[in-house]
Design a protein around this ligand. Structure first.
Ligand SMILES: Nc1ncnc2c1ncn2[C@@H]1O[C@H](COP(=O)(O)OP(=O)(O)O)[C@@H](O)[C@H]1O
Ligand SMILES: CC(C)(COP(=O)(O)O)[C@@H](O)C(=O)NCCC(=O)O
Ligand SMILES: [K+]
Length: 255
């Protein structure tokens, strides 16, 4: 079995693969203060509850956009799984042509998403990853990664509104029945859900013009993708496991 680990700024998503089959996937909080042993306990418990053994893990690959946690998770893999993980970053074979000005600057999750999208869909493509930030990752007809846009994510946007506006409460990220909110919570939900859908549509529209690719396919992923995908017809498909798939593909390219 192979363990794929996607360390995002809000969640750490883990996938257990047997060849190309995703056997299990788990979602943990990204807790920057957690120790090697705390994550080790979590992993062992998750494996135990899934009735699988860390002894059957032949390899591990990690994608991270949270530098403070990378060493913790690497050390956890060595101490509790007995494997030195592959790290998505400079020096690893991804097979991706990066057209970013400084390729080392691109978030590993964006690279991993692009690798998976190119493997599964016809280029040109845009991947929209709804996480802590929402990223738009543009891939041209020749499968070159061009870059894209980075937007404050849904969760942190509503949290910022709660933190900075005295009278506004924390809200559930849920679609309200109407865009005209008749109370504070519904007004805030209308703003974030329908506003975000409009923002996605506006950015995708501009990308299609800039890439001169009106037929460009739009793939959504990330924890919050399903929330928005239902509110706009500019998203062609939601693929929640895209990042894990990209990690599996890159792992296989480096075995
Ligand atoms: N199945 C789900 N339904 C609704 N929200 C989800 C789901 N899975 C994850 N989330 C939410 O998605 C957010 C994290 O998304 P994710 O893409 O993992 O972010 P990041 O990669 O930035 O850590 C969290 O707010 C989490 O609560
Ligand atoms: C934009 C991101 C924070 C998104 O990460 P996430 O929302 O998954 O935590 C991450 O891709 C990142 O740190 N990127 C580095 C800057 C760049 O891609 O240009
Ligand atoms: K992500």
């Amino acid at each position: 079995m192979m363990l794929a680990v996607d360390i995002g700024n809000t969640n750490i998503v883990l996938g257990v693969y047997k060849q190309r089959e995703l056997l299990h996937h788990f979602r943990l909080s990204t807790a920057r203060q957690n120790t090697v042993d705390e994550y080790g306990v979590l992993i062992h418990n998750l494996f135990h509850m899934a009735d699988i053994s860390v002894k059957d893990v032949e390899g591990v690959i990690i994608s991270s956009v949270v530098p403070p946690l990378v060493q913790v998770i690497v050390d956890m893999c060595e101490k509790y799984i007995g494997k030195e993980p592959l790290l998505v970053g400079p020096g690893i074979k991804t097979g991706l042509n990066l057209r970013y000005e400084n390729p080392r600057e691109v978030g590993a999750d964006r690279i991993v998403n692009a690798v998976a999208a190119i493997e599964q869909y016809k280029c040109p493509l845009v991947v929209v990853d709804f996480g802590t930030a929402t990223t738009f990752d543009c891939i041209d007809a020749d499968a070159n990664y061009l870059g894209g846009a980075i937007v404050p994510g849904l969760g942190i946007s509503t949290e910022a509104l709660y933190q900075r506006a005295s009278k506004l409460p924390r809200i559930e990220l849920e679609k309200p029945k109407k865009v005209i909110g008749r109370n504070t919570v519904h007004a805030m939900q209308a703003g974030i859900i329908f506003g975000y859908a409009g923002q996605v549509e506006g950015i995708v529209r501009r990308i299609k013009v800039e890439m001169n690719a009106p037929q460009l396919k739009v793939i959504a992923t990330g924890g919050l993708a399903s929330l928005i995908a239902g509110e706009t017809d500019c998203i062609d498909e939601v693929n929640p496991m895209l990042t894990l798939e990209g990690l599996r593909i890159i792992y296989d390219r480096n075995k």
